[in-house]
Design a protein around this ligand. Sequence first.
Ligand code: 4AD
Length: 437
Amino acid sequence: SCGRMRICGNKKCDTPSSISPTCKLSRKKIQINQSYGWVRSVRAQKANVFLHVNDGSSLQSLQVVASSELSDPLLTFGSAVEVTGILKKSPHQKQPVELDAKNHKFIVFCFIFFFLRTFPLKSKSDMALSIFANFLISGDNGFVEINTPIITSNDCEGAGELFQVEVIKAPYGENFFSVPAYLTVSGQLHLEVVSGAFSKVYTFGPTFRAENSQSRRHLAEFYMVEAEISFTQSLEDLTKVMEDMFRFATEHVLAHCVEDVDLFHKHVTPGQKLKEYLVSFLRITYREAIDILRRSSERFAFPTDWGCDLKTEHEKYLVKHCGNIPVFVTDYPYDLKPFYARDNQDHPERTAAAVDLLVPGVGELCGGSLREERLNLLSARAGLEDVYSWYLDLRRFGSVPHGGFGLGFERYLQCILGVDNIKDVVPFPRFSHSCLL
Ligand code: 4AD
């Protein structure tokens, strides 16, 4: 039938969107079968009621003209309806067809009291999910997909933002795994294990962090694309993969979902031009970033001394300062980065070979680093021997230089759509005091 919105039985019509301006239907009168959907707007005039009905398969709604005798109190924004009628050419340029439902069956199922906070992104996000994978597994790149575990005994980031897994049912109690178990904060450590056999690996899965719920870019449950590359010895190798992956995904979105992106840019972030993000990304060091922040006349809430973590306000300022395009910040102070980051021993200030990719509207989108493969330097990190002895064994029994990164998928959506709050790009956002269903 015509497009995804089930409004006609015309098998010959191959127009991708049932109500697009080029729809062949716009030139014909066709007896439609049925249409189901939710009412997005109602406008009553003397003789007629005008409704916009959307079935969630596309962002476009179908205008339905019904008789005003249809005075159902349940017919309002959010009602679920079944309509039959004749599809007609509309007098309005913007909506080439409308459904004349006068004298036809019109059923109001119910009024929906319950609304999702989110935008209708599911199918688009499925597409974006696969474009990262498509990039990584493609011939030239040749990454192997690994499903890393969701339950783990490790805190990869060492930040203590862990959700503990507990067994409710006796007789296992707390002893099911014999050790404390947590929901994963990152698949990186497991990828590092596998990268000892496959030189390029990636994983895509849910990750969990007990983070600050007030933030506009943190969720307690989010998805991450993580890649690990063996024999890589420079941050440039890593940043090239990150940049190419971002560009590949974004070009795909622009080629296949431009209508949706435009809609967001029209109503949510007027003036945003995604194409402008496809230039060569800038590269600055953390030292340069600090110098830029300190020279600026902006009054930041958080300090900008060398050794301080870059906060969202700093990251957003840096992106703007660099021309509102993606920026890599490299070589962070050693103590700011997790235990696995490689020591830049040749630098005058003690730094780690770590990189964050900052993007417009969001700040940090990717975090990556070369991994410390030298046993003596890794074991010098306090307390590592007790908790991560298996990780040290990876070095003890032979390790090659390697590195990797993680990209937060919801933050990518936030960036390309220009959505201010990350909670608006997922249907069931998880954050503190919010896990009702
Ligand atoms: O910088 P992060 O913490 O890096 C890691 O987890 C590494 N182990 C990844 C790796 O090298 N394999 O997180 C990576 C990205 C961030 O840049 C951000 O986009 C996203 O994950 N992220 C979050 N997204 C939403 N909510 C949160 N609470 C997030 N925490 C991190």
